[in-house]
Design a protein around this ligand. Structure first.
Ligand code: IVH
Length: 681
């Protein structure tokens, strides 16, 4: 089918619109349309291009991802060589003065001549790239390589949403934009978290992750790596009236829709450059990306030309570095830190090292798998990274510097018991982390355990929130949940910011929680892997706490939905004498629950039926509706299928409602659900 003029125009219009939204979203960070609208426009364009392949253009947003892998990276000769910058080794103010003096001497300025104007920029820590636009369309992205010849990485550059495939405004016939591809620190951390979760190797730093992504053969891999871009210069241009200064040049580049970093300043003379250097040094930790210094450039391009180059470095620019964010040091020992959830995190004890602006003696090693993957051993030389205000981490060992044989580190062998409370440490199958089993007694987990215990779906102690738990624990008034039941009015009312009335209310809530159900009590204990539903199943199956405490793994697995992992967690929990003690103390404090096998409804409209909830119900929360259905013998699942008996729909239902209607599954509102459960339908 030959595309009509109308189709042609619509495709062009869609492309322009999508590129505009893309720019607003990825460069300005200020979305102009909801995601769904963007998706709709994108799909419309995709469909048009599918029906009329002759409409597809290289600058179409549909072409960002999905190209075929390259057999190899092809060398590209740069039309204008990509230079490097001289690094000023003197990182004090003296370095700036020396640069300014060199510039003034080379320009033969007399001492009384006014200060030279510079542009202060950030020195981004990523990978240099040349973007070639012809008639406004991105035709090539190439790495720097040796400065003369780089590699063609267009297929990967296209996947970077911040880089426009078509320039905004009136573009010249040829414009090469140069800048740095980098990865933000938060995106880097997320990427490594994903890698860790998938059991894959983590990246040492954002620069390596970015450089690795750009040099991939398969663009689908690059597309999954969250990359960003800042322009800092130009290469070849034609038919463009070049702005007179570096500052104006960057403004012009930004006007073409290309990201330019906001942290740049016109500085007069060395003094103002020093002020810029110091201001950015103070800002460095809070920037969302790594920089390794600042760059000073003579602002006027005519002066730049007069200054020229020495070997491959311009005389008109210099880089002024900050302290490194990565250093090598010796790993003296590996300790552990116990988190709020009982997770044991191995912590490297290091020979003190100055990195990222502070002296570091401890750095995280994440978990045993990471220690194994990075092959980190006590006594090794390791690379420590501290960037931004994130906690320092050991990113790699330097095995070449290992002296002799060093044993591998085994966290469980070294810490069979929790260093904080002495309870056993276990590592469940398939889990990366080792955990302390002393949930109820471990001081490290105390606050978390108390909050969980008091939670609405556990013992339901109203008013016992974060702040109060902090106060009670930090003040030494509460160590285990049993201590809650020993609190007195005077002690509570004496807490800062606690009125007598609130103290009395809290005591009443604690008192009111004394009598509960077995299911809630089991859930309140905070046994790992035992959620509310499992607690209910366990209560139903065993009928009493004593029976549950005595059950072995085999008997536990007879409970529906209890598999080996859950069974193991329960056995580990009750095997811990500290935990049994707390249960005894709770009993002694008058906490009780209904025992005896609770009856499951055997008849009723909901028994054995499967429900799906969607949208917001007028009165019941999702949890409440679920609990209600389950209490009447029904089951609640997440997605609609032919096996669903009822869909309960509230306001703003999702696609589940449409699916229910398509499959002919009966749909109820909240009132309908109530009638059904009450036996009315
Ligand atoms: S200008 C003629 N500006 O640093 C000057 N480079 O050795 C050419 N870099 O790998 C470079 N931030 O990728 C310039 N604001 C900045 C920069 C910057 C980072 C990198 C560049 C190159 C190295 C220069």
């Amino acid at each position: 089918m030959i595309a009509s003029r109308e189709a042609f125009e619509r495709a062009a219009e869609l492309r322009r619109e999508l590129e505009r939204h893309n720019y607003a979203y990825y460069v300005l960070d200020a979305p102009t349309v909801p995601d769904a609208e963007y998706d709709r426009l994108f799909r419309e364009l995709e469909a048009l291009e599918r029906d009329h392949p002759e409409l597809a253009t290289p600058d179409s947003p549909t072409r960002r991802v999905g190209g075929a892998p390259m057999p190899e990276l092809v060398p590209v000769r740069h039309a204008v060589p990509m230079l490097s910058i001289r690094t000023e080794t003197d990182t004090t103010a003296g370095g700036v003065i020396a640069f300014d003096t060199r510039v003034r001497n080379a320009l033969e300025l007399p001492p009384e001549a006014p200060p030279v104007e510079y542009l202060g920029e950030l020195k981004f820590d990523g990978l240099a790239i040349n973007l070639r636009y012809e008639n406004g369309v991105l035709v090539r992205g190439a790495t720097r390589g040796d400065g003369e010849t780089g590699e063609d990485v267009t297929h990967n550059v296209r996947t970077i949403r911040q880089i426009p495939l078509r320039l905004a405004g009136e573009a010249p016939p040829v414009l090469e934009v140069r800048g740095e591809i980098y990865m933000r620190r938060d995106r880097f951390a997320e990427l490594n978290e994903r890698q860790r979760a998938a059991g894959e190797k983590t990246f040492v730093n954002p620069r390596n992750a970015a450089a690795g992504a750009v040099r991939q053969l398969d663009p689908r891999i690059a597309a999954r790596r969250p990359l960003s871009f800042f322009a800092y210069g130009i290469g070849e241009t034609s038919g463009w009236d070049l702005p007179a200064t570096q500052g104006e040049l960057l403004e012009a580049v930004a006007a073409f829709g290309i990201p330019v970093c906001e942290h740049r300043v016109v500085a007069r003379g060395a003094e103002e450059l020093i002020a810029f250097h110091d201001r950015i040094a103070a800002l460095r930790d809070s920037l969302p990306y790594d920089i390794d210094g600042v760059v000073y450039k003579v602002n006027r391009r005519d002066l730049q030309r007069r200054l020229g180059f020495v070997t491959r470095e311009p005389r008109w620019a210099v880089a002024h570095k900050y302290p490194a964010q990565e250093e090598i040091t010796r790993l003296i020992d590996i300790g552990v830190q116990v988190g709020r959830t009982g997770a044991l995190t191995p912590v490297a004890r290091l020979e003190p090292v100055f990195v990222g602006g502070v002296t570091v003696t401890n750095a995280t090693l994440h978990n045993q798998d990471e220690i194994d993957r990075k092959d980190v051993r006590v006594g090794d030389w390791v690379i420590v990274r501290r960037a931004g205000d994130v906690i320092p981490e050991v990113v790699a060992s330097v095995p070449e510097r290992r002296e002799g044989e060093l044993p591998r580190f085994d966290l469980l062998a070294r810490y069979p018991t929790c260093p904080v409370c002495g309870s056993h440490v276990v590592r469940e199958e398939g889990e990366a982390v080792a955990r302390c089993t002393g949930g109820l007694v471990c001081p490290a987990q105390r606050k978390q355990a108390l909050l969980h215990f008091a939670g609405r779906r556990a013992m339901d102690i109203e008013g016992l929130g974060d702040k109060l738990v902090d106060q009670l624990v930090d003040g030494g008034m509460v160590k285990t949940p049993a201590d809650l039941y020993k609190l007195g009015l005077v002690a509570l009312a004496n807490l800062p910011r606690m009125a007598e009335k609130s103290a009395a209310n809290l005591l009443a809530a604690i008192d009111g929680s004394r009598h509960t159900t077995l299911a809630r009590f089991i859930y309140a204990l905070g046994i790992r892997n035992v959620g509310e539903a499992t607690a209910r199943d366990l209560a139903r199956h065993f009928g009493s706490l004593d029976a549950l405490m005595e059950a072995d793994e085999e008997r536990l697995q007879a409970v529906p939905d209890v598999g080996p992992i859950v069974a193991r967690s329960i056995v580990d929990f009750f095997a811990e004498p500290h935990n049994r003690e707390v249960i005894e103390q709770l009993r002694a404090a008058g906490v009780s629950w209904e025992e005896g096998v609770p009856s499951t409804p055997e008849s009723g409209a909901a028994v054995g039926k499967t429900f799906v909830l969607t949208g917001t119900l007028p009165n019941l929360s999702r949890d409440e509706a679920k609990a209600l259905i389950e209490s009447r013998g029904g089951k609640v699942t997440g997605s609609v299928s032919k096996k669903t008996d009822y869909v309960v729909a509230g306001a703003d239902p999702g696609s589940k409602l449409a699916k229910a209607e398509a499959l002919g599954v009966p749909v109820l509102d909240e009132a309908g659900l109530q009638r059904l459960l009450d036996g009315g339908e």
